[in-house]
Write a protein that binds this ligand. Structure first.
Ligand code: NI
Length: 176
């Protein structure tokens, strides 16, 4: 297994729609295992393949405290959404340090395939619902700040750029 570098916003791979998975082979299983290891190491509760630079519809999620309930979703699709909407603070490994409130349907039903290509459906509520919708957005070339108003999104992007600059400066000072 390997920890993979995480693509950082605004990399164009984060705004590109990922292609469906058609081959369920050992390479796909290896990629899912590497993505899981990368997510646990970060640490995060979900990771989409776009975020490690692979434009395929593959997502890993683990919202458990113990980090022992890995879910792998291949070609996930939301097949129903509740009318009820909930607002929740979100963050993303591709936009570290940025947290914003996003409104999404509180319940979703997702149809996906496992690593063998077998179909299953998943009823999602609470954090799992937020996480699944956030990760499927990644596969569709969308990040969570795309849900904000243009003004708020610009503010978040500027905050992220400023954070990066400060971190780069701190690193430089350390080296000097
Ligand atoms: Ni994300």
């Amino acid at each position: 297994m390997a920890i993979l570098p995480i693509v950082q916003y605004p990399d164009p791979r984060l705004s590109t729609k990922a292609e469906p998975v058609t081959v369920f082979d050992d390479a796909l299983k290896q990629l899912a295992a590497d993505m899981a290891e990368t997510m646990y190491d970060a640490p995060g509760v979900g990771l989409a393949a776009n975020q490690i630079g692979q434009l395929i519809r593959l997502v890993v999620i683990d919202i458990s405290e113990e980090k022992n309930a890995l879910r792998v979703l291949v070609n996930p699709q939301i097949i129903s959404r509740s009318e009820e909407v909930k607002e929740c603070e979100e963050g993303c490994l591709s936009l570290p340090g940025i947290y914003e409130k996003v409104k999404r349907p509180s319940l979703v039903t997702v149809r996906a395939q496992d690593l063998e290509g077998r179909e299953f459906t998943l009823e999602c509520d609470e954090l799992l619902s937020v996480c699944v919708q956030h990760e499927i957005d990644h596969l569709d070339g969308k990040v969570f700040i795309d849900h904000l108003s243009a003004l708020k999104k610009a503010r978040s992007a500027a905050k992220l750029a400023k954070k990066r600059k400060e971190e780069a400066r701190a690193r430089k000072n350390k080296e000097a």
